[in-house]
Design a binder for this molecule. Structure first.
Ligand SMILES: [Cu+2]
Length: 187
C-alpha cells in the first residue's frame, strides 16, 4: 500500500499497467473483509437514495447499523461520469490509481463512459471492467442499485474515485448508529 502522500504524485505520472493486476480492491489482507459484503435483496431493511452531482454526493453521509443490509439507490444527476464505491480510505486511494488509468485509456472522458473498452483485455489477462460488488460507475443520467450488508464498525466511506473527484470532496462517511462504540477505535 502506498502512503497517502504518493497519490498526488501518482496523479501526475503515467501509472504502469501492473496497477491493474492488484486483484480485488478489498481483498488485500486475505481475511474476512472489514467493509461488509454484497447483500441479498431479501435482507434489505431500507433503501437509501443517493444523488451524484458534480462533484459531490447528496446526502453527504449515511447512518447504518452494524450487520444491516441496505439498498443504495444511486442516481447520477451530474454531467460527468461518477463512481459510487464503498471502502476504507486506503481502498479508495488504491482504486484511484486504477481509475486514473481508465481516464488515460479514454474509458472515461468527462461525461462519457466507454463500456466496450472496459471489457478489453489489457494484454495481461486483466480488463478495466468495473464489476466489483462494492462499486458502480455511472454515466450522466444513469442509475443503479447496490445492496450491501455492513459488518461491524469499520472506517468506511462511500466515494467517487474518478480522478480529482475524491480530492474535491466527492466522498461521504458511513456512520454507525449504535452498538458499535466498542470497536470505534479500530481505525
Ligand atoms: Cu465523481
Amino acid at each position: 500500500m502506498k502512503s497517502s502522500k504518493l497519490i498526488v504524485a501518482a496523479a501526475t505520472m503515467a501509472v504502469s499497467m501492473t496497477a491493474l493486476g492488484g486483484g480485488t480492491h478489498g481483498g488485500g489482507h486475505g481475511h474476512a473483509t472489514p467493509i461488509g459484503e454484497p447483500g441479498l435483496a431479501d435482507d434489505v431493511s431500507r433503501t437509501i437514495s443517493l444523488s451524484m452531482k458534480d462533484n459531490y454526493f447528496e446526502p453527504e453521509f449515511v447512518n447504518v447499523v452494524p450487520g444491516e443490509t441496505v439498498r443504495f439507490s444511486i442516481h447520477n444527476e451530474g454531467s460527468l461520469v461518477h463512481e459510487f464505491n464503498i471502502g476504507t480510505p486506503d481502498m479508495h486511494e488504491a482504486h484511484q490509481e486504477e481509475m486514473l488509468m481508465m481516464v488515460d485509456h479514454g474509458v472515461i472522458q468527462g461525461g462519457t463512459l466507454n463500456r466496450d473498452m472496459m471489457k478489453m483485455d489489457m494484454g495481461n489477462g486483466h480488463t478495466m471492467e468495473h464489476d466489483d460488488p462494492n462499486s458502480v460507475l455511472l454515466a450522466p443520467g444513469e442509475s443503479a442499485d447496490i445492496i450491501w450488508t455492513f459488518s461491524t464498525q469499520a472506517n468506511l466511506e462511500f466515494a467517487c474515485n474518478v480522478p480529482g473527484h475524491y480530492q474535491s470532496g466527492m466522498y461521504g462517511d458511513v456512520q454507525y448508529e449504535s452498538g458499535a462504540d466498542t470497536q470505534a477505535r479500530a481505525e
